[in-house]
Design a binder for this molecule. Structure first.
Ligand code: ATP
Length: 370
């Protein structure tokens, strides 16, 4: 069992810089939690506070039923895997993996069993006699994982463990880490700035910006129900189209005017929220994902309320799909369409937005309205 609880955790560095503000999070046993956000948002600082490598300025950190703010890192029953692997270069893979248990004075037979078991899980059995310099990046990363596994800690902390690997290996290791989580059945907290890694690995994701939690949710909810503009723009690739729009109300109906000639009629529930919220005549931010804008006839017919015309600026063939880039009122937008599209650069084309999939944000507070 390993559940964690962070209560109003803050980190103020000695120079007065506030790196983490009022961090509140309950992590259940066996969860795979991701901290994601841009560089400098406080992901590593939070992870290091959990590990005990950084002092908590205020707030409480609980592991199971124990307040651990003042517990030494080595007594927290946590193992951390860093991005630079931190392997001992003069030791073999076997000795690197055995090191922590030797320090603990674990009996030799027990160490041997733990190392061989971890090596089997990580497919390192044939490499146990090698030194780190004779390994590939992916193999070194697996040894770093192995070192953490042999200790059978309550919690694994991983700080961008894949960032030194090339793109292909990163995808492979991502799958390995997912399998590892399933087979070990432990709690993992994983830091990354890569939203794809976050979306594919996490059971829940914590999105951070400037030391403040923006949203904590499942990958699916973050994608479909972002609570603010930052999360909407950060999660998803290509990113969600975010376009300034005027709310035009007429009785109980409402439209979004994205440009003089791009006016989208909203479904009744969204219209009601905007009118009731006093947004008629105001500027809001309309958000729509590239895959919710298409150019095929069937889609356009089904979404007549979201129909508009534009000129293709850039045509990008990605194999399974095509991204069309165009402007709406001077703002660059993307539609992810079928690769069989006949649209090419400079063509005037008809597109339609799936109006029921439009998100509307308050321009000032940046929070979701509907
Ligand atoms: P990255 O993805 O770049 O590693 P991060 O989200 O992990 O970023 P942190 O390393 O947690 O960010 O740093 C958060 C903020 O705290 C940054 O603005 C950083 O400059 C600042 N910071 C980190 N360590 C210190 C320190 N020892 N003293 C002062 N400020 C620090």
């Amino acid at each position: 069992m390993a559940s964690l609880s962070l209560k109003n955790v803050c980190k103020v560095y000695s120079n007065g810089f506030v790196a983490v503000k009022d961090f509140n999070l309950e992590i259940a046993d066996k969860e795979f939690i991701i901290f994601v956000g841009p560089s400098g948002c406080g992901k590593s600082t939070t992870l290091r506070m959990i590990a005990g490598l950084e002092e908590i300025s205020s707030g409480e950190l609980w592991i199971d039923d124990k307040l651990v703010n003042d517990v030494e890192p080595k007594d927290r029953d946590i193992a951390m895997v860093f991005q630079n692997y931190a392997l001992y270069p003069h030791m073999t893979v076997y000795d690197n993996m055995a090191f922590a248990l030797k320090l603990r004075k674990t009996p030799k037979a027990e160490i041997d069993e733990a190392v061989r078991k971890a090596a089997k899980i990580l497919d390192l059995e044939h490499l146990l006699d090698r030194k780190p310099k004779a390994l590939s990046g992916g193999q070194r990363q697996r040894v770093a994982m192995g070192r953490a596994i042999v200790r059978s800690p309550k919690v694994f902390l991983m700080d961008e463990p894949l960032s030194n690997l090339d793109a292909k290996l990163r995808v492979q290791m991502r799958v390995e880490i997912s399998k590892l989580h399933q087979s070990l059945e432990t709690t993992i907290i994983y830091v990354t700035h890569d939203q794809t890694e976050a979306m594919t690995l996490g059971t829940r994701i914590v999105v951070l910006k400037d030391g403040v939690i923006q949203q904590v949710d499942t990958p699916q909810n973050l994608y479909n129900l972002p609570e603010n503009l930052f999360v909407a723009g950060f999660i998803g690739s290509p990113q969600m189209n975010l376009i300034d729009a005027e709310v035009v109300a007429n009785g109980s109906e409402a439209s979004l005017k994205l440009a003089e000639d791009v006016v989208i009629k909203l479904p009744a529930d969204k219209a009601k929220k905007l009118i009731d919220g006093g947004y008629a005549g105001k500027t809001v931010v309309a958000g729509i994902r590239p895959e919710d804008i298409k150019d095929d006839e069937e889609f356009i017919e089904a979404h007549a309320d979201g129909k508009f015309q534009t000129v293709v600026k850039v045509y990008e063939l990605l194999g399974a799909e095509v991204n069309l880039h165009y402007d709406i009122n001077g703002q660059t937008c993307t539609a992810k369409v079928n690769p069989r599209t006949s649209a090419r650069v400079k063509d005037t084309i008809t597109l339609a937005m799936a109006v029921e999939r439009i998100h509307v944000f308050d321009k000032e507070t940046e929070q979701i309205i509907t």
